[in-house]
Ligand binder design. Structure first.
Ligand SMILES: O=C(O)CCC(=O)C(=O)O
Ligand SMILES: [Fe+2]
Length: 427
């Protein structure tokens, strides 16, 4: 991370001890547009969007230097199929069929990119029709498959990213994706994995986003408590099926043009349309600002599993463990892994602090000492937020049932270690 970008305010990371949890009062339909790169610092983003959990749109100036914007797009702003074929043709990519509903999603298959691009060309030629339906390439881990390609660099605003830091270290997964789809392809109503933030940049094309602030989705549930697949479906007007729909506010609407980046806050449900042939790059990420939202989501997920198998609670000896197994397979993470996630991030931050303190001790000039201090503030902020969530996790009755003392290190010892590191850093 470019430490100079934290230069705005040294008090910055200390002043947000209570997470906002997404209580939002946006002026109806208004989303800020960030025009200029030079006058928008990391601190501005942190204060005005990350902490309050508000969406915003970055102008195309923020993606101007990206290789994908130069190479993946033709002069007339369309996807450059030849370039994509040449560089990635052999890749096998996940493709969803937008015309078919399977539970609350679209069925997916894996096909070679080469095949997807021939389909896409043919689809355009046949005036956006195909017997195969409207296919949308989504959630392709392009960066993981082609890390050496000059595609994009993550803007500094999105680089405090615990999710990818943790899963990169495990070497198994990441949350960095490419989407490509013809005009008319779309993503059904959802909130992102673990209630993470998302940023999404259009390499070419145009998207329409419909966003609902946290808790608005409660008005969109049907009488069984299920969320809609398509929030624009006329069926939502039927109050015998969607009893609270009349009380819901209209969504915040964003039209995102080529080159622009949309910031989707934590826990905001959304539905997305490609208004033209569109390619986008997106990351999901969690950091000290929304990790409490992730933790509260995980508690809701466990409660849902517990309700689901409540009838076996008294007869199954390892019922609590079974709930964790099911949670892991449905949600992608369980309580022990969440503990490990917080531990890995917190230990990484302690290494930063130790490194900074060593550097400071040997710093020969004030400039070096000052930049060290800025990196340190962010590390201390992260540590404080990790301590808050770990404290809540450690006090949680379901977590206590999982024999936490057997964890390495046990939570009490880890918390003690982290608090001592914070105190030393602030001395
Ligand atoms: O672009 C899309 O179709 C969906 C993207 C999305 O849901 C996200 O970035 O969170
Ligand atoms: Fe999303």
């Amino acid at each position: 991370m470019d430490r100079a970008a934290f230069a705005c305010s040294t008090a910055f990371f200390r002043d947000y001890s209570s997470a906002s949890h997404g209580a939002v009062s946006l002026p109806q339909g208004h989303v800020d547009y960030i025009e200029k790169v030079e006058s928008f610092s990391y601190s501005d983003f942190f204060r005005d969007y990350l902490i309050p959990n508000h969406p915003c749109v970055f102008s195309a100036k923020f993606t101007e230097g990206w290789g994908s914007r130069r190479n993946w797009v033709t002069r007339d702003g369309k996807p450059n199929f030849d370039y994509l074929l040449q560089h990635f043709g052999k890749a096998v990519v996940p493709v969803a069929n937008c015309d078919v509903k399977e539970y609350n999603s679209n069925p997916k298959e894996q096909i070679p990119l080469k095949e997807y691009i021939s389909y896409w060309k043919e689809y355009i030629k046949k005036n956006y029709h195909s017997p195969r339906g409207c296919l949308y390439l989504k959630d392709w881990h392009l960066y993981r498959a082609f890390p050496e390609q000059d595609v994009y660099t993550t803007p500094i605003y999105f680089t405090s990213d615990w999710l990818n830091e943790y899963w990169d270290a495990k070497g198994l997964d990441d949350y960095r994706f490419v989407y490509m789809g013809p005009k008319g392809s779309w993503t059904p109503f959802h909130a992102d994995v673990f209630r993470s933030y998302s940023w999404s940049a259009n390499i070419c094309g145009k998207k329409k986003w419909l966003l609902y602030p946290p808790r608005q989705e409660e008005y969109l549930r049907d009488r069984h408590g299920n969320l809609p697949f398509d929030v624009t479906a006329p069926g939502l007007q039927d109050s015998s099926v969607y009893p609270r729909y009349a009380q819901s506010c209209p969504p915040v609407e964003i039209i995102q043009e080529a080159g622009e980046i949309v910031f989707i806050p934590s826990g905001w449900h959304h539905q997305v349309y490609n208004l033209e042939d569109t390619i986008s790059i997106n990351h999901n990420w969690v950091n000290g600002c929304n990790v409490a939202i992730m933790w509260s989501f995980l508690q809701d997920e466990l409660a849902a599993v517990q309700r689901e198998i409540s009838e076996w609670r008294d007869t199954m000896e390892d019922w609590h463990l079974q709930c964790q197994v099911i949670m892991k397979s449905c949600t992608g993470i369980n309580y022990k892994e969440f503990y490990n996630f917080l531990k890995v991030i917190a230990e990484n931050r302690i290494s930063v602090l130790n490194h900074v303190l060593d550097e400071e001790a040997s710093a020969k000039n004030t400039h070096r000492a000052a930049t060290s201090a800025l990196g340190m503030l962010h590390a201390v902020f992260d540590l404080k937020r990790a301590v808050q969530v770990l404290t809540s996790l450690n006090a949680n009755e379901d977590f206590k049932k999982l024999n936490p003392k057997s964890l390495s290190p046990p939570p009490e010892a880890l918390l003690h270690h982290l608090k001592a590191a914070i105190d030393t850093a602030l001395l």
